[in-house]
Design a binder for this molecule. Structure first.
Ligand code: HAM
Length: 438
């Protein structure tokens, strides 16, 4: 029989990989809850038009789209933001504001599989809906920093680069970039840092922007700081002051959160997605070797476009793939050993009922317990127990049954002693295996 393998860009998660994913997700969830976000979810399959309307060409070109058996045009979700906008739009009047929601969706994009890019992947999404000011942008960005810090990464490992689409709009106004060309021009500019000025200019021209304007736009954005932008626009009728003030205010809030050192203004951060309207940001590894860890920003029009109230919104999506690569490169991934508290071994078939009762008792108090299910020698069972990462093996034979005790073998030191099951439970509970540990 030929083996059928997983599709390109899709990953099997064997337990050792799953432990790592869960470890990461646990840190994501903990941090989101610490910042007061509530968890939500949405369907993996959505109507195609949810994305064709607002996500922008790049994502639409990567959709897994098909007709379902009822003749509907549907797609596997490539991102969470349109589903979030739909859910909020449907209930927006009744929801207390601000809405702070998070989700850990499984997403699909038909991309060319490469380092850090898969066709199926997971993101953490954090979004705040109903706050217009930079207070929400700062809270979202600080939460993003804390998510990575909770995974053991520090200022030497990653950086948040941010800009403001309103500032970029002012630059485009000054350079007379036609309004209808702007969404595609953003997608082109988004390539600047990764692919260089030539490639970005070509993309912006492809968006229908005249060649000399495209060159000036790319050069201005490529200066990356506010003074550089001002210089490039010298002579034009544009006042960047209100944007500079807003960015100043954001920077002060970020300092107050204690994350200012992680964040840098960078005009070349524009984001490829079509729906952003204000602050935009991305997180990168400091060494600049990997793709973006995270991308986000303000999308003030999306809830209204989904048929809801006019509600400002800001949020981000942080992928697990690049994060795991960075953690690996920095040696910060937790050991992928399995962990359990105890492994129970009956010496013979006659001892099985007592072994089951012992395991059931230990499980009932909340310990992680495995039980030998095969009839095998105690030596083999002990070896298997060692592979499970258990702290102790609990052996039950006829002499233990007669004495009403169990033999407890510490699997690290090899020391053995007899104990009754209740005192063993109490002892293991004092120091259970670290929950959430991979
Ligand atoms: P995005 O920039 O398309 O934004 O994706 C955010 C992050 O998801 C990326 O920085 C990357 O870490 C991860 N990611 C994207 N595509 C892949 C892939 N093919 N394989 C692995 N990881 C990937 C969004 O999705 C926006 N909806 C984020 C957002 C939420 N904006 C506001 N709220």
């Amino acid at each position: 029989m030929t083996r059928v393998s997983a599709l390109p860009g899709m990953r099997d998660y064997y337990p050792e990989q799953m432990r790592v994913r869960r470890w990461v997700e646990d840190r994501w969830r903990d941090t989101a809850l610490r910042f007061g976000f509530e968890e939500y979810d949405a369907p993996v399959i959505e109507p195609l038009e949810l994305y064709t309307r607002k996500s922008g060409e790049e994502i639409v070109g990567q959709l897994y789209a098909f007709e379902d058996r009822g003749g509907r045009q549907v797609a596997l979700r490539p991102e969470m933001t349109p589903s979030l906008a739909r859910m909020v739009a449907a209930r927006s009047q009744g929801l207390p504001k601000p809405i702070k929601w998070f989700s850990i969706p499984r997403l699909f994009r038909y991309e060319r599989p490469q380092r850090g890019r898969f066709r199926e992947f997971w993101q953490l999404n954090l979004d705040i809906i109903g706050v217009e000011g930079v207070e929400a942008d700062a809270e979202i960005m600080a939460a993003g920093v804390e998510v990575l810090r909770s995974c053991g990464l520090g200022q030497e490992d990653f950086v948040v680069r941010y800009s403001d689409r309103r500032l970029l709009e002012a630059v485009m106004d000054a350079l007379l970039v036609p309004i209808e060309r702007r969404p595609a021009a953003y997608a082109g500019l988004d390539k600047l840092v990764r692919a260089g000025a030539e490639a970005a200019s070509a993309e912006v021209r492809k968006a229908g922007v005249p060649a000399d304007t495209a060159t000036r736009l790319v050069r201005a954005v490529g200066r990356r700081d506010l003074d550089g932008l001002r210089e490039e626009l010298a002579g034009g009728e544009v006042d960047l002051t209100p944007h500079a003030e807003r960015l100043e205010q954001l920077s002060r809030h970020l300092d107050a959160y204690g994350v200012g050192g992680f964040c840098e203004f960078d005009a070349a951060v524009v984001r490829g997605l079509a729906y952003y309207t204000g602050i935009v940001f991305e997180m990168y590894d400091r060494a600049g070797e990997l793709r973006a860890l995270c991308g986000g920003g303000r999308f003030d029009d999306l809830v209204r476009a989904a048929g809801g109230e006019d509600l400002p919104a800001v949020g981000f999506g942080l992928g697990e793939a690049v994060l795991v690569e960075l953690l690996e490169a920095r040696g910060r991934l937790p050991s992928a050993e399995p962990r359990c508290d105890a492994w129970v071994i009956p010496v013979s078939a006659d001892d099985r009922a007592d072994a089951i009762r012992a395991a059931a008792r230990l499980r009932a108090v909340g310990l992680r317990v495995d039980l030998s299910l095969r009839e095998q020698s105690v030596g083999k069972a002990l070896k298997r127990a060692g592979q499970s990462g258990a702290r102790v093996a609990v052996v039950i034979g006829s002499s233990e049954r007669e004495a009403g005790v169990v033999t407890v073998r510490d699997l690290a030191s090899g020391q053995e002693e007899r104990a009754d099951i209740e005192s063993l439970a109490g002892r293991l509970l004092q120091r259970p295996v670290e929950r959430g540990r991979a």
